[in-house]
Design a protein. Structure first.
Length: 151
């Protein structure tokens, strides 16, 4: 059976959440996920859409996602931020991540953005290798900054 890459729809919210929780478990941060199916439905498919998402589907099951949103660079103009590229553990090594990544990059090109960016954990060597192989530059001199609000 072939993997299908498509835009996410509202009924995918539960599958998206399951993959997010799987990633959180992999990263040792499972307790940090406070999203619900309803918040994903609202934020991704509601009136004020806050993110976009591509789905990888195999045998009628969601096995991967590329979740991203628009940003604006004061130097470059429109950019896209890839929040997460997730492939379920049992389906890794089949080229699904590559297909999702290529769908995201094609979308970015079609929108005329000047840059795409994302964050990768320094210990996730397989992800770093994956991104470098596809021409991404891992910035050493920038640090991710977060401020938790209403947590």
């Amino acid at each position: 059976m072939k993997v299908i890459i498509r835009k996410a729809i509202k009924k995918d919210a539960d599958s998206i959440l399951k993959l997010i929780k799987e990633l959180a478990l992999f990263e040792g941060e499972v307790d940090e996920v406070i999203l619900t199916k309803e918040s994903i439905e609202r934020d991704g498919f509601g009136r004020e859409k806050l993110f976009n998402c591509f789905i990888a589907e195999y045998d009628f099951k969601v096995v991967g996602i590329a979740l991203f949103y628009a940003r604006y660079s004061t130097w470059k103009g429109p950019t896209l931020h890839l929040e997460d590229l997730i492939v379920t553990e049992s389906m890794k090594g089949r080229g699904i991540g590559k297909q999702l990544y290529e769908a995201f990059i094609s979308f970015a090109i079609s929108k005329g953005v000047k840059r795409v960016e994302w964050v990768v954990l320094d210990w996730n060597k397989s992800a770093i290798k994956f991104y470098k192989k596809r021409g991404a530059k891992i910035l050493k001199d920038w640090r991710t900054v977060q401020l938790k609000i209403n947590d």
